[in-house]
Design a protein around this ligand. Structure first.
Ligand code: AMP
Ligand code: GLY
Length: 423
């Protein structure tokens, strides 16, 4: 079977790594891919926003299954384009992707179907939003841009002045372009955060898996939000009881709600949750695999990924096994100096082979020159996934790998999974 995987980050390298192990995959094309995916299949330089180019590529190469990994093309309807021309696709329609693409739509859906989430109100006028904000306790609200904002669209102001500034920045000064033309003011929740993933096909929800990711750039969660600095799983606070509750009150009701709203979901559903004193509540839904969580989800997936993706694409997931391992995993991301602000690229990378003796090296922003030397080409450069009998062993392997890799200005967090290590 010929498979086209769309995207170019660490998530896509991890998915390609898993697909390359499927006996059913005869040809794997990654568009546009990175230096890591190039070792597993054929990279083709079509940009993820070039929908005509992607369809042309799929037609020319006689693709049997397209897998769309990044959020933006899904929200913009790339999966619909494949479906429209009769090419099987793993990934939801634009209608179903509103669960990620519009926080206001998603919030309305949760309110209508009783899915637990933060109480929130939508605003388009800063005056009204400020008035509402001032009527609530100082520091008790978060400000969320309605649309996609590369993981940076949530602000958590401590004071009224900062809240006003966040509102004005988003609504009046388009801090996130058209994505912040509408905002939500949501109750600020507290508790451990967890990313829960399940394959969804209409009302059917596969077995789920939970991981934790790290968004801030610095140790101890200081500094700016990033695309993700690391992940680990299973979380130390995750129990069967909690998993059962999350399925019962969040995953299954939302899959049903989407079907009822004529927006049936097909693909990977990612629920970002906070485990509050009142139980699990939704912070956000995403309509795709998480990054960097997928860099451990793929090593933790025991079932053939092609079989699952095909079953989802063909609407028969309920007949397909989905089995996850509970072996502890840790993934640590290495980034360029300056990231998530401005950074330089083109730094030579060494030590990847040595690192591979300790864990799975996953590329994100990497490229090779003609003589095969590896260079940095992005903010998040690469990372190492370690596994072991305990989370401590998994973490030690990941860091042993990271310590073997060098490039000028390399940075990484030192505390990924540290809180999960006992004693
Ligand atoms: P999101 O882009 O929705 O994942 O939000 C980014 C981050 O903002 C989350 O990982 C949380 O840490 C934080 N956040 C979002 N919503 C809330 C909320 N209602 N209360 C507290 N923190 C939140
Ligand atoms: N792990 C955050 C994201 O994928 O959005």
């Amino acid at each position: 079977m010929k498979v086209l995987l769309i995207g170019s980050g660490g998530r896509e390298h991890a998915i390609a790594w898993k697909l390359a192990q499927s006996p059913g995959v005869s040809e794997l094309i990654i568009a546009p891919g990175n230096a890591g995916t190039a070792e597993l299949g054929e990279n083709v330089a079509v940009a993820v926003d070039d929908f005509d180019g992607m369809l042309e590529l799929a037609r020319l190469r006689d693709i049997d299954l397209a897998i769309v990994a990044p959020d933006q093309p899904i929200v913009d309807g790339l999966c619909n384009r494949f479906t429209d021309v009769g090419i099987k696709v793993f990934g939801p329609s634009a209608a179903a992707a509103r669960i990620e693409g519009s926080k206001v739509w998603s919030d309305d859906l949760m309110a209508k179907y009783g899915v637990p989430t933060a109480e929130s109100l939508a605003f388009t006028e800063s005056r009204l939003a400020i008035e509402y904000g001032r009527s609530r306790t100082e520091g008790s609200l978060v400000v969320k841009a309605d649309g996609l904002a590369a993981g940076k669209g949530v602000l958590i102001p401590e004071t009224y002045d900062d809240l006003d500034a966040a509102i004005v920045g988003m609504l009046d000064h388009a801090a996130f372009g058209s994505s912040s033309a509408r905002i939500l003011l949501a109750e600020r929740l507290t508790g451990p955060e967890v990313s829960v993933f399940a394959f969804v096909d209409g009302e059917f929800v596969s077995s789920e898996i939970a991981t934790c990711d790290y968004k801030r750039v610095g140790d101890a969660d200081v500094g700016l939000n990033t695309g993700g600095m690391g992940a680990y799983g299973p979380p130390e606070f995750w129990t069967e009881e909690l998993a059962g509750r999350v399925r019962e009150v969040i995953l299954e009701p939302v899959a049903k709600a989407l079907v009822s709203e004529n927006s049936s979901f097909s693909g990977m559903l990612y629920a970002g949750l906070m485990i509050t004193a009142e139980g699990p509540k939704v912070i956000e839904f995403n309509c795709r695999f998480g990054d960097p969580e997928t860099q451990i989800l793929m090593p933790m997936l025991k079932t053939d990924l092609l079989d699952i993706c095909l079953a989802v694409a063909e609407g028969r997931l309920s007949e397909q096994a989905v089995e996850w391992s509970d072996i502890p995993h840790t993934f640590v991301v290495m980034v360029s100096e300056g990231y998530p602000g401005s950074f330089e690229t083109g730094k030579i990378i060494t030590g990847v082979d040595e690192a591979s003796e300790h864990g799975l090296v996953i590329h994100a922003g990497t490229t090779r020159n003609e003589s095969g030397e590896l260079f940095t080409s992005g903010g998040r450069v690469l990372g190492v996934a370690g596994s072991g009998e305990s989370i401590r062993a998994a973490r030690d392997s990941a860091y042993a790998g990271v310590e073997r890799i060098s490039f000028e200005g390399a940075r990484y967090r030192h505390d990924i999974a540290a809180r999960a290590v006992k004693g």
